[in-house]
Design a protein around this ligand. Structure first.
Ligand code: NDP
Length: 347
Protein backbone atom coordinates (compact mmCIF):
# COMPACT_ATOMS: atom_id res chain seq x y z
CA UNK A 1 0.00 0.00 0.00
CA UNK A 2 3.03 2.26 0.30
CA UNK A 3 2.76 5.36 -1.83
CA UNK A 4 -0.90 4.77 -2.69
CA UNK A 5 -3.31 7.66 -2.46
CA UNK A 6 -5.70 7.14 0.45
CA UNK A 7 -8.64 7.91 -1.73
CA UNK A 8 -8.24 6.79 -5.34
CA UNK A 9 -10.76 4.23 -6.57
CA UNK A 10 -10.64 2.39 -9.90
CA UNK A 11 -14.09 1.74 -11.39
CA UNK A 12 -14.05 -0.64 -14.36
CA UNK A 13 -16.56 -0.24 -17.20
CA UNK A 14 -17.19 3.45 -16.49
CA UNK A 15 -19.67 3.80 -19.36
CA UNK A 16 -22.07 1.26 -17.81
CA UNK A 17 -25.41 1.95 -16.14
CA UNK A 18 -24.40 0.82 -12.62
CA UNK A 19 -20.80 2.07 -12.86
CA UNK A 20 -22.00 5.61 -13.63
CA UNK A 21 -23.97 5.68 -10.38
CA UNK A 22 -21.03 4.21 -8.44
CA UNK A 23 -18.73 6.90 -9.89
CA UNK A 24 -21.13 9.74 -9.05
CA UNK A 25 -21.56 8.52 -5.46
CA UNK A 26 -17.77 8.10 -5.05
CA UNK A 27 -17.09 11.62 -6.38
CA UNK A 28 -19.86 13.08 -4.21
CA UNK A 29 -18.29 11.31 -1.21
CA UNK A 30 -14.90 12.94 -1.88
CA UNK A 31 -13.00 10.08 -3.54
CA UNK A 32 -10.76 10.49 -6.57
CA UNK A 33 -12.01 8.16 -9.30
CA UNK A 34 -10.25 6.58 -12.26
CA UNK A 35 -12.57 4.82 -14.68
CA UNK A 36 -11.75 2.31 -17.39
CA UNK A 37 -13.32 2.38 -20.83
CA UNK A 38 -12.67 0.29 -23.92
CA UNK A 39 -12.27 3.45 -25.95
CA UNK A 40 -11.49 6.99 -24.85
CA UNK A 41 -13.74 8.19 -27.67
CA UNK A 42 -16.59 8.04 -25.13
CA UNK A 43 -14.81 10.39 -22.71
CA UNK A 44 -16.39 13.77 -23.50
CA UNK A 45 -19.96 12.45 -23.54
CA UNK A 46 -19.43 10.43 -20.35
CA UNK A 47 -17.95 13.38 -18.45
CA UNK A 48 -20.86 15.58 -19.54
CA UNK A 49 -23.40 12.95 -18.38
CA UNK A 50 -21.70 12.45 -15.00
CA UNK A 51 -21.50 16.19 -14.37
CA UNK A 52 -25.28 16.51 -14.62
CA UNK A 53 -25.72 13.97 -11.80
CA UNK A 54 -23.12 15.33 -9.36
CA UNK A 55 -24.17 17.33 -6.32
CA UNK A 56 -21.23 19.65 -7.04
CA UNK A 57 -20.22 19.75 -10.71
CA UNK A 58 -16.63 20.73 -9.87
CA UNK A 59 -16.10 17.21 -8.44
CA UNK A 60 -15.67 16.03 -12.05
CA UNK A 61 -12.09 17.36 -11.74
CA UNK A 62 -11.36 14.30 -9.56
CA UNK A 63 -12.36 11.95 -12.41
CA UNK A 64 -10.00 10.53 -15.02
CA UNK A 65 -10.26 7.73 -17.58
CA UNK A 66 -7.90 5.10 -18.96
CA UNK A 67 -8.35 2.50 -21.69
CA UNK A 68 -8.46 -1.20 -20.83
CA UNK A 69 -10.33 -4.18 -22.27
CA UNK A 70 -11.18 -7.26 -20.21
CA UNK A 71 -10.02 -9.43 -23.11
CA UNK A 72 -6.49 -7.99 -23.08
CA UNK A 73 -3.67 -7.56 -20.54
CA UNK A 74 -2.77 -4.11 -21.87
CA UNK A 75 -3.69 -1.19 -19.65
CA UNK A 76 -4.61 -2.96 -16.42
CA UNK A 77 -1.40 -2.34 -14.46
CA UNK A 78 -1.56 1.37 -15.37
CA UNK A 79 -5.25 1.41 -14.44
CA UNK A 80 -4.74 0.09 -10.90
CA UNK A 81 -1.48 1.96 -10.15
CA UNK A 82 -1.86 4.09 -7.03
CA UNK A 83 -5.43 2.97 -6.32
CA UNK A 84 -6.48 2.07 -2.80
CA UNK A 85 -9.71 0.40 -3.90
CA UNK A 86 -11.05 -1.28 -7.02
CA UNK A 87 -14.72 -1.51 -7.95
CA UNK A 88 -14.75 -4.12 -10.70
CA UNK A 89 -18.14 -3.53 -12.31
CA UNK A 90 -17.41 -4.22 -16.02
CA UNK A 91 -18.74 -7.40 -17.60
CA UNK A 92 -20.72 -8.15 -20.75
CA UNK A 93 -24.48 -7.91 -20.15
CA UNK A 94 -25.83 -9.04 -23.53
CA UNK A 95 -29.31 -8.12 -24.75
CA UNK A 96 -29.55 -11.47 -26.54
CA UNK A 97 -28.02 -14.88 -26.11
CA UNK A 98 -24.63 -14.86 -27.89
CA UNK A 99 -23.92 -17.49 -30.58
CA UNK A 100 -20.87 -18.63 -28.63
CA UNK A 101 -21.20 -18.54 -24.81
CA UNK A 102 -17.43 -17.92 -24.54
CA UNK A 103 -18.04 -14.38 -25.90
CA UNK A 104 -19.58 -13.60 -22.52
CA UNK A 105 -17.77 -16.05 -20.27
CA UNK A 106 -14.20 -15.20 -21.31
CA UNK A 107 -14.28 -11.45 -20.57
CA UNK A 108 -16.25 -12.05 -17.36
CA UNK A 109 -14.02 -14.78 -15.88
CA UNK A 110 -10.61 -14.15 -17.48
CA UNK A 111 -11.13 -10.39 -17.39
CA UNK A 112 -11.92 -10.48 -13.67
CA UNK A 113 -8.73 -12.49 -13.07
CA UNK A 114 -6.75 -9.91 -15.08
CA UNK A 115 -8.05 -7.05 -12.93
CA UNK A 116 -7.53 -9.05 -9.71
CA UNK A 117 -3.91 -9.92 -10.61
CA UNK A 118 -3.07 -6.34 -11.50
CA UNK A 119 -4.74 -5.05 -8.32
CA UNK A 120 -2.97 -7.49 -6.00
CA UNK A 121 0.39 -6.72 -7.63
CA UNK A 122 -0.23 -2.98 -7.18
CA UNK A 123 -1.03 -3.33 -3.47
CA UNK A 124 -4.73 -2.45 -3.70
CA UNK A 125 -6.26 -2.64 -0.22
CA UNK A 126 -9.76 -3.88 -1.08
CA UNK A 127 -11.28 -5.19 -4.28
CA UNK A 128 -15.06 -5.06 -4.70
CA UNK A 129 -16.49 -7.33 -7.38
CA UNK A 130 -19.92 -6.81 -8.93
CA UNK A 131 -21.36 -10.29 -9.29
CA UNK A 132 -25.10 -10.98 -9.56
CA UNK A 133 -27.92 -12.98 -8.03
CA UNK A 134 -27.43 -14.98 -11.24
CA UNK A 135 -24.47 -16.54 -9.40
CA UNK A 136 -26.84 -17.59 -6.60
CA UNK A 137 -30.23 -18.70 -7.96
CA UNK A 138 -29.57 -20.31 -11.37
CA UNK A 139 -29.99 -24.03 -11.88
CA UNK A 140 -30.71 -24.77 -8.20
CA UNK A 141 -33.93 -25.57 -6.26
CA UNK A 142 -35.68 -22.41 -5.08
CA UNK A 143 -37.93 -23.94 -2.44
CA UNK A 144 -36.34 -22.01 0.45
CA UNK A 145 -34.88 -18.56 1.07
CA UNK A 146 -31.51 -18.41 -0.73
CA UNK A 147 -28.60 -16.78 1.09
CA UNK A 148 -25.02 -15.67 0.42
CA UNK A 149 -23.98 -19.30 1.09
CA UNK A 150 -25.88 -20.49 -1.98
CA UNK A 151 -24.33 -20.85 -5.43
CA UNK A 152 -25.77 -21.31 -8.90
CA UNK A 153 -24.98 -24.52 -10.75
CA UNK A 154 -23.29 -23.20 -13.89
CA UNK A 155 -23.48 -26.60 -15.58
CA UNK A 156 -27.20 -27.26 -14.92
CA UNK A 157 -29.37 -27.49 -18.03
CA UNK A 158 -31.18 -24.28 -18.95
CA UNK A 159 -28.62 -22.00 -17.30
CA UNK A 160 -27.84 -19.29 -19.86
CA UNK A 161 -24.43 -17.93 -20.91
CA UNK A 162 -24.77 -14.74 -18.85
CA UNK A 163 -25.67 -16.63 -15.67
CA UNK A 164 -22.80 -19.04 -16.33
CA UNK A 165 -20.43 -16.13 -16.90
CA UNK A 166 -21.30 -14.51 -13.58
CA UNK A 167 -21.09 -17.78 -11.65
CA UNK A 168 -17.78 -18.87 -13.20
CA UNK A 169 -16.27 -15.39 -12.83
CA UNK A 170 -17.22 -15.10 -9.16
CA UNK A 171 -15.99 -18.65 -8.42
CA UNK A 172 -12.68 -17.86 -10.14
CA UNK A 173 -12.36 -14.63 -8.16
CA UNK A 174 -12.85 -16.40 -4.80
CA UNK A 175 -10.26 -19.03 -5.80
CA UNK A 176 -7.81 -16.26 -6.72
CA UNK A 177 -8.26 -14.38 -3.44
CA UNK A 178 -7.61 -17.61 -1.55
CA UNK A 179 -4.26 -18.00 -3.30
CA UNK A 180 -0.83 -16.66 -2.36
CA UNK A 181 -0.89 -14.34 -5.41
CA UNK A 182 -3.68 -12.29 -3.83
CA UNK A 183 -1.33 -11.52 -0.93
CA UNK A 184 -3.16 -9.41 1.69
CA UNK A 185 -5.67 -7.82 -0.69
CA UNK A 186 -9.17 -7.78 0.81
CA UNK A 187 -12.13 -8.88 -1.27
CA UNK A 188 -15.91 -8.42 -1.12
CA UNK A 189 -18.76 -9.10 -3.53
CA UNK A 190 -22.03 -7.35 -4.35
CA UNK A 191 -24.67 -9.65 -5.91
CA UNK A 192 -27.43 -7.39 -7.27
CA UNK A 193 -30.89 -8.49 -8.41
CA UNK A 194 -32.64 -6.83 -11.37
CA UNK A 195 -31.21 -3.33 -11.30
CA UNK A 196 -33.39 -0.54 -12.64
CA UNK A 197 -33.76 3.14 -11.81
CA UNK A 198 -32.90 6.47 -13.41
CA UNK A 199 -30.32 6.71 -16.17
CA UNK A 200 -27.32 8.99 -15.97
CA UNK A 201 -27.27 10.11 -19.59
CA UNK A 202 -29.58 8.59 -22.14
CA UNK A 203 -28.26 5.06 -22.75
CA UNK A 204 -30.43 2.34 -21.29
CA UNK A 205 -28.94 -0.93 -20.05
CA UNK A 206 -30.06 -4.51 -20.71
CA UNK A 207 -31.85 -4.52 -17.37
CA UNK A 208 -34.10 -1.66 -18.56
CA UNK A 209 -35.31 -3.79 -21.46
CA UNK A 210 -38.31 -5.16 -19.60
CA UNK A 211 -39.72 -1.72 -18.75
CA UNK A 212 -38.65 -0.24 -22.08
CA UNK A 213 -40.43 -3.04 -23.98
CA UNK A 214 -43.58 -2.54 -21.91
CA UNK A 215 -43.52 1.23 -22.52
CA UNK A 216 -42.91 0.72 -26.23
CA UNK A 217 -45.56 -2.05 -26.37
CA UNK A 218 -43.02 -4.43 -27.90
CA UNK A 219 -44.32 -7.41 -25.89
CA UNK A 220 -47.70 -9.04 -26.48
CA UNK A 221 -48.34 -9.65 -22.75
CA UNK A 222 -46.78 -10.68 -19.47
CA UNK A 223 -45.31 -14.11 -18.64
CA UNK A 224 -45.57 -15.48 -15.11
CA UNK A 225 -42.10 -14.33 -14.09
CA UNK A 226 -40.81 -12.82 -10.87
CA UNK A 227 -37.87 -10.46 -10.54
CA UNK A 228 -36.11 -9.05 -7.48
CA UNK A 229 -36.03 -5.37 -8.42
CA UNK A 230 -33.54 -3.02 -6.81
CA UNK A 231 -32.81 0.65 -7.45
CA UNK A 232 -29.45 1.44 -9.03
CA UNK A 233 -28.80 4.15 -6.43
CA UNK A 234 -29.20 1.56 -3.65
CA UNK A 235 -26.90 -0.83 -5.53
CA UNK A 236 -24.27 1.91 -5.88
CA UNK A 237 -24.59 2.78 -2.18
CA UNK A 238 -23.97 -0.88 -1.27
CA UNK A 239 -20.85 -0.83 -3.48
CA UNK A 240 -19.53 2.14 -1.48
CA UNK A 241 -20.42 0.64 1.90
CA UNK A 242 -18.86 -2.73 1.04
CA UNK A 243 -15.67 -0.93 -0.05
CA UNK A 244 -14.92 0.50 3.39
CA UNK A 245 -16.91 -1.40 6.04
CA UNK A 246 -14.42 -3.54 8.02
CA UNK A 247 -16.95 -6.38 8.37
CA UNK A 248 -17.53 -6.61 4.60
CA UNK A 249 -14.14 -8.19 3.85
CA UNK A 250 -14.55 -11.77 2.65
CA UNK A 251 -18.33 -11.58 2.25
CA UNK A 252 -21.00 -11.65 -0.47
CA UNK A 253 -23.89 -9.18 -0.23
CA UNK A 254 -27.13 -10.16 -1.95
CA UNK A 255 -28.62 -6.81 -3.00
CA UNK A 256 -32.22 -7.02 -4.12
CA UNK A 257 -35.73 -6.09 -3.09
CA UNK A 258 -38.48 -8.63 -2.54
CA UNK A 259 -39.43 -10.74 -5.54
CA UNK A 260 -42.29 -9.13 -7.44
CA UNK A 261 -44.20 -10.43 -10.44
CA UNK A 262 -43.98 -8.86 -13.88
CA UNK A 263 -47.75 -8.55 -13.78
CA UNK A 264 -47.56 -6.35 -10.68
CA UNK A 265 -44.85 -4.27 -12.35
CA UNK A 266 -46.98 -3.90 -15.49
CA UNK A 267 -49.99 -2.82 -13.38
CA UNK A 268 -47.94 -0.11 -11.62
CA UNK A 269 -46.66 1.10 -15.00
CA UNK A 270 -50.14 1.05 -16.52
CA UNK A 271 -51.52 3.27 -13.74
CA UNK A 272 -48.53 5.61 -13.87
CA UNK A 273 -48.52 5.99 -17.66
CA UNK A 274 -52.27 6.15 -18.36
CA UNK A 275 -52.49 9.97 -17.87
CA UNK A 276 -49.81 10.36 -20.60
CA UNK A 277 -51.77 8.19 -22.99
CA UNK A 278 -49.24 5.32 -22.87
CA UNK A 279 -51.08 2.00 -22.71
CA UNK A 280 -49.15 -0.87 -21.13
CA UNK A 281 -49.90 -4.50 -22.04
CA UNK A 282 -51.01 -6.26 -18.84
CA UNK A 283 -52.62 -9.49 -20.06
CA UNK A 284 -50.91 -12.78 -19.17
CA UNK A 285 -48.97 -14.99 -21.63
CA UNK A 286 -49.19 -18.69 -20.77
CA UNK A 287 -46.04 -20.78 -20.37
CA UNK A 288 -46.97 -23.06 -23.30
CA UNK A 289 -46.84 -20.08 -25.65
CA UNK A 290 -43.35 -19.13 -24.49
CA UNK A 291 -42.27 -22.77 -24.85
CA UNK A 292 -43.48 -22.63 -28.43
CA UNK A 293 -41.68 -19.35 -29.18
CA UNK A 294 -38.54 -20.73 -27.48
CA UNK A 295 -38.24 -23.40 -30.17
CA UNK A 296 -37.24 -20.62 -32.60
CA UNK A 297 -36.00 -17.90 -30.27
CA UNK A 298 -32.92 -18.43 -28.07
CA UNK A 299 -33.70 -15.42 -25.89
CA UNK A 300 -37.20 -16.68 -25.07
CA UNK A 301 -35.65 -20.08 -24.29
CA UNK A 302 -33.41 -18.43 -21.70
CA UNK A 303 -36.46 -17.16 -19.79
CA UNK A 304 -38.05 -20.61 -19.52
CA UNK A 305 -36.33 -21.80 -16.29
CA UNK A 306 -37.59 -18.67 -14.51
CA UNK A 307 -41.24 -18.99 -15.53
CA UNK A 308 -43.51 -20.10 -12.66
CA UNK A 309 -40.30 -20.43 -10.62
CA UNK A 310 -40.00 -17.52 -8.15
CA UNK A 311 -37.20 -17.18 -5.61
CA UNK A 312 -36.61 -15.32 -2.39
CA UNK A 313 -33.33 -13.97 -1.14
CA UNK A 314 -31.85 -13.08 2.23
CA UNK A 315 -30.71 -9.50 1.66
CA UNK A 316 -30.78 -8.12 5.20
CA UNK A 317 -26.94 -7.95 5.57
CA UNK A 318 -26.77 -5.46 2.67
CA UNK A 319 -29.62 -3.41 4.13
CA UNK A 320 -27.86 -3.43 7.51
CA UNK A 321 -24.76 -1.98 5.85
CA UNK A 322 -26.89 0.83 4.38
CA UNK A 323 -28.83 1.25 7.66
CA UNK A 324 -32.05 1.75 5.70
CA UNK A 325 -34.51 -0.31 3.66
CA UNK A 326 -34.44 -0.40 -0.14
CA UNK A 327 -36.38 2.18 -2.10
CA UNK A 328 -39.84 0.61 -2.58
CA UNK A 329 -40.09 -1.20 -5.93
CA UNK A 330 -43.27 0.59 -7.22
CA UNK A 331 -41.49 3.93 -6.77
CA UNK A 332 -38.40 2.56 -8.56
CA UNK A 333 -40.56 1.29 -11.45
CA UNK A 334 -42.24 4.70 -11.83
CA UNK A 335 -38.93 6.61 -11.72
CA UNK A 336 -37.42 4.20 -14.26
CA UNK A 337 -40.34 4.80 -16.61
CA UNK A 338 -40.01 8.58 -16.25
CA UNK A 339 -36.29 8.39 -16.95
CA UNK A 340 -36.74 6.15 -20.01
CA UNK A 341 -39.49 8.39 -21.38
CA UNK A 342 -37.36 11.52 -20.84
CA UNK A 343 -34.46 9.81 -22.65
CA UNK A 344 -36.69 8.99 -25.62
CA UNK A 345 -36.96 5.22 -25.08
CA UNK A 346 -40.75 4.95 -24.98
CA UNK A 347 -41.52 5.40 -28.67
P1 NDP B 1 -23.90 -2.20 -18.73
O1 NDP B 1 -24.04 -3.01 -19.97
O2 NDP B 1 -24.56 -0.89 -18.67
O3 NDP B 1 -22.35 -2.01 -18.41
C1 NDP B 1 -21.41 -3.00 -18.67
C2 NDP B 1 -20.04 -2.37 -18.73
O4 NDP B 1 -19.07 -3.40 -18.93
C3 NDP B 1 -19.88 -1.35 -19.86
O5 NDP B 1 -19.15 -0.26 -19.38
C4 NDP B 1 -19.06 -2.12 -20.89
O6 NDP B 1 -18.23 -1.31 -21.67
C5 NDP B 1 -18.21 -2.98 -19.97
N1 NDP B 1 -17.64 -4.11 -20.71
C6 NDP B 1 -18.31 -5.10 -21.34
N2 NDP B 1 -17.41 -5.91 -21.94
C7 NDP B 1 -16.18 -5.41 -21.70
C8 NDP B 1 -14.86 -5.76 -22.06
N3 NDP B 1 -14.59 -6.81 -22.83
N4 NDP B 1 -13.83 -5.01 -21.61
C9 NDP B 1 -14.05 -3.91 -20.85
N5 NDP B 1 -15.29 -3.50 -20.48
C10 NDP B 1 -16.33 -4.25 -20.90
O7 NDP B 1 -24.35 -3.16 -17.56
P2 NDP B 1 -24.81 -2.86 -16.06
O8 NDP B 1 -24.35 -1.55 -15.60
O9 NDP B 1 -26.24 -3.19 -15.97
O10 NDP B 1 -24.01 -4.02 -15.29
C11 NDP B 1 -22.78 -3.74 -14.64
C12 NDP B 1 -22.36 -4.96 -13.82
O11 NDP B 1 -23.40 -5.31 -12.92
C13 NDP B 1 -22.07 -6.22 -14.64
O12 NDP B 1 -20.99 -6.89 -14.04
C14 NDP B 1 -23.34 -7.03 -14.49
O13 NDP B 1 -23.11 -8.41 -14.64
C15 NDP B 1 -23.72 -6.68 -13.06
N6 NDP B 1 -25.13 -6.87 -12.77
C16 NDP B 1 -26.08 -6.12 -13.44
C17 NDP B 1 -27.41 -6.27 -13.13
C18 NDP B 1 -28.49 -5.47 -13.79
O14 NDP B 1 -29.67 -5.77 -13.57
N7 NDP B 1 -28.15 -4.44 -14.57
C19 NDP B 1 -27.85 -7.27 -12.14
C20 NDP B 1 -26.78 -7.97 -11.49
C21 NDP B 1 -25.48 -7.77 -11.81
P3 NDP B 1 -18.67 -0.72 -23.12
O15 NDP B 1 -19.46 0.53 -22.84
O16 NDP B 1 -17.39 -0.47 -23.82
O17 NDP B 1 -19.53 -1.79 -23.76
Amino acid sequence: MQGNSPSTVLVTGATGFIARHVIVQLLDAGFTVRGTVRSLRSEAALRADLETALQDRTCIQRFTLVEADLNRDKGWSEAVAGCRYVQHVASPVPMQAPKNPEEVIRPARDGTLRVLRAAAAAGVERFVYTSSVSAVVSGVPRNRVLTADDWSDAEASGVGPYERSKTLAERAAWTFVGSAEADVMQFAVVNPGAVIGPLIGTEASTSHELIRKLLAREVPGIPDLCVAVVDVRDVAAVHLAVMTAPEANGRRYLTAGPSCSLRDIAQVLAQHCAPRGIRIPVWPIPKWLIQLVAVFDKTAALALPDINNPFSLECSPAMQLLRRPWRPWPEVVRETADSLIAAGHAR
